[in-house]
Write a protein that binds this ligand. Structure first.
Ligand code: ZN
Length: 597
């Protein structure tokens, strides 16, 4: 509980200091409050702080027992009370957006704690797994090794308490999350193994510190083993009539969707749009496949069945791909081309002073061997660091896996991937959002806006002539977008409409052209997560519809570049917030000056 007394004291002081009439300068007052909120939230959630690169509280461990939960609710209520004193309408647009994000965060956290209550039914909740944060501390070079080992030692000391809280909290878990927890906590044992023992033994810690480290490691390992044993024993009793089902159900799903997606659409509306979009994509794909058929199959008659036709042409296009040893270079060569195209077509502002560095995914990265490519951007507490585009080198894959990866990320799909991850997708969006730095927008960023922008930019680039309207490229774009579209259909159907495993696999393989392996992986993911799978399509649809509406409203005055620049200028906030801020009643331009909390 170290440090907690300080937070309460600071909070009490602040409450009395601010209990006066509306501030003369609401923007300045809100900025001061936002600053305070960030400081207190990082101190209250030290694990979150470590994940975003703030290590000041890294020795503190959250043990989510009943007493801590009561303190969390008090923390949330206190801030809700303080936030209420600001009228968002009086704040300048960027601050109004921050106000909305803090408000949503406070409400969502309270809802998770009191209504969703995942801490009672998900033994795989990250809150119960000490390995995640220990891994970050051990693999990030933010301080000398000895200092980090002392932090690890301090955290290890609380591991038994953590598992005691988990044991007391969990009541009727789902079978699926229990199996995942057994697997993940066995993985945690691997982290607290011989390698770490050797690291501590060979370090500059004093003998007494080393001794303490060893003792804490042993106790931590015993606690993890106890948890795994308990869950393993519990597992057979988790039959369908006893265990909690993994499906969220309509009421919880709709609430979670509202907090996590922050969409202007209801989930029912989004679901209808996803189904309509799937139909459009299928029609599109059929037309393109028909056009391509003679090129790849000559005079052979095309199949009558639409699915069969599309699948066979996809097969041929997928066979045109890079080589394992050339893959990273191929990605690297394409970024300047995308850059030039965006500039020549005047699509959105870029910043040549902040180049993107393409590199092989480093061995220590959690995405090595998992994701094909990802953007590794500096966190809000390390803004000067370069942005990397990590590309998996494939050298650690088996030949079969290499082939399947290369077919999936064939010559056409690779272009779409680079648009999505780099230009003008994630990397370009990030450059824009960094122009008006706000810790709140970084810490409480909107996933659907970020992913929606990347997906939107794929289609936008092709619409503007990237690839010269090549049918192969369009076919791959449609396939790629069918994935996010069907993810939305799948998530809602499974969690609310009761879709079975068989139906889910059929949807993914028959309608989204996914392989059996990919479909099985997705079925597993939809059992373990909810709502998150809808975020890509939700963001995409809202951005696309918003752009079309602006085009309609502005007629000849509409400029695609202006629309993009303005849209991105508000940072990573929900699309519906950007819509409100860009509406005619809002000031014509967001504040030019850079805000720094
Ligand atoms: Zn993405």
């Amino acid at each position: 509980m170290r440090g907690f007394g300080f937070i309460v004291a600071a909070a009490a002081l602040a409450t009395t200091a601010c209990a006066v009439a509306p501030p003369a300068d609401p923007d300045a007052a809100f900025r001061a409050y936002a600053d305070q909120f960030v400081r207190e939230a990082l101190a209250f959630y030290p694990e979150f702080a470590v994940q975003v690169g703030e290590y000041r509280y890294a020795e503190q461990v959250t043990v989510p027992d009943a007493a801590w939960q009561a303190r969390e609710l008090a923390f949330l209520d206190r801030h809700a009370g303080r936030l209420e004193r600001f009228d968002p309408a009086t704040l300048e647009p960027l601050l109004r957006a921050d106000h909305g994000q803090v408000d949503n965060f406070l409400k969502a956290q309270r809802w998770r704690r009191t209504t969703l209550r995942e801490w009672e039914w998900n033994p795989a909740l990250p809150d119960y797994n000490p390995a995640n944060v220990l891994d970050v501390i051990l693999s990030t070079d933010y301080a000398p090794l000895e200092q980090r080992l002392r932090t690890v030692s301090a955290r290890l000391a609380r591991v038994p308490d953590l598992y005691e809280a988990a044991h007391a909290n969990i009541r009727r878990p789902t079978h699926e999350h229990t199996l995942l927890a057994i697997q993940q906590h066995r993985g945690a044992l691997a982290l607290l193994g011989d390698e770490l023992t050797a690291k501590a033994a060979g370090s500059g810690l004093s003998d007494a510190e080393k001794e303490r480290f060893r003792g804490r490691m042993q106790a931590a390992r015993a606690a993890i083993e106890g948890y795994v044993a308990w869950l393993t024993e519990l597992e057979p009793s988790l039959t369908p009539d006893y265990a909690r089902g993994f499906r969220l159900g309509r009421e919880l799903y709709e609430q979670k969707f509202a907090y996590d997606i922050q969409s202007g659409l209801t989930i029912e509306q989004l679901f209808e749009r996803a189904k309509a979009h799937r139909q459009r994509l299928h029609r599109d794909m059929e037309a393109r496949a028909r056009k391509l058929w003679p090129k790849y199959f000559g005079r052979k008659p095309a199949p009558k069945d639409r699915r069969e036709l599309i699948a066979q042409v996809i097969e041929k296009v997928s066979a045109q791909h890079s080589k394992p040893e050339r893959f990273v270079d191929d990605v690297r060569a394409q970024i300047p081309q995308l850059d030039r195209f965006v500039r020549e077509k005047d699509l959105v502002d870029q910043d040549p002073s902040k180049p993107l560095i393409v590199r092989e995914t480093p061995p220590f990265s959690p995405t090595r061997g998992v994701a094909i490519a990802s953007i590794d951007a500096p966190g809000p507490f390390n803004p000067g660091a370069p942005t990397y585009y990590n590309v998996n080198p494939m050298s650690d894959f088996s030949p079969e896996r290499q082939q399947s990866f290369l077919r999936e990320y064939n010559d056409r799909m690779l272009q779409i991937l680079n648009i999505h991850e780099a230009v003008p997708g994630h990397y370009t969006q990030l450059l824009h959002s960094n122009r008006s730095p706000s810790l709140i927008k970084s810490l409480l960023a909107s996933g659907p806006m970020i992913e929606g922008w990347a997906v939107y930019s794929e289609r936008m680039m092709l619409e503007n002539g990237w690839g010269n309207d090549e049918p192969e490229l369009w076919l791959m774009l449609d396939k790629f977008q069918l994935r996010t579209t069907c993810n939305t259909i799948l998530d809602y159907s499974v969690h609310v409409l009761g879709m079975s495993e068989e139906e889910a696999l059929e949807l993914l393989t028959e309608e989204a052209f996914q392989t059996e392996t990919e479909a099985r992986g997705k079925w597993r993911r939809v059992q373990l997560t909810s709502v998150q799978l809808t975020s890509y399509f939700a963001g995409f649809t809202e951005i696309y519809e918003f752009r079309e509406a602006q085009k309609q409203a502005l007629g000849a005055a509409f400029s695609l570049k202006d629309f993009h620049n303005r849209f991105l200028s508000y940072g990573s906030v929900p699309v519906k917030t950007i819509q409100e801020l860009m509406a005619p009643t809002a000031p014509a331009k967001p504040a030019e000056r850079a805000e720094r909390y």
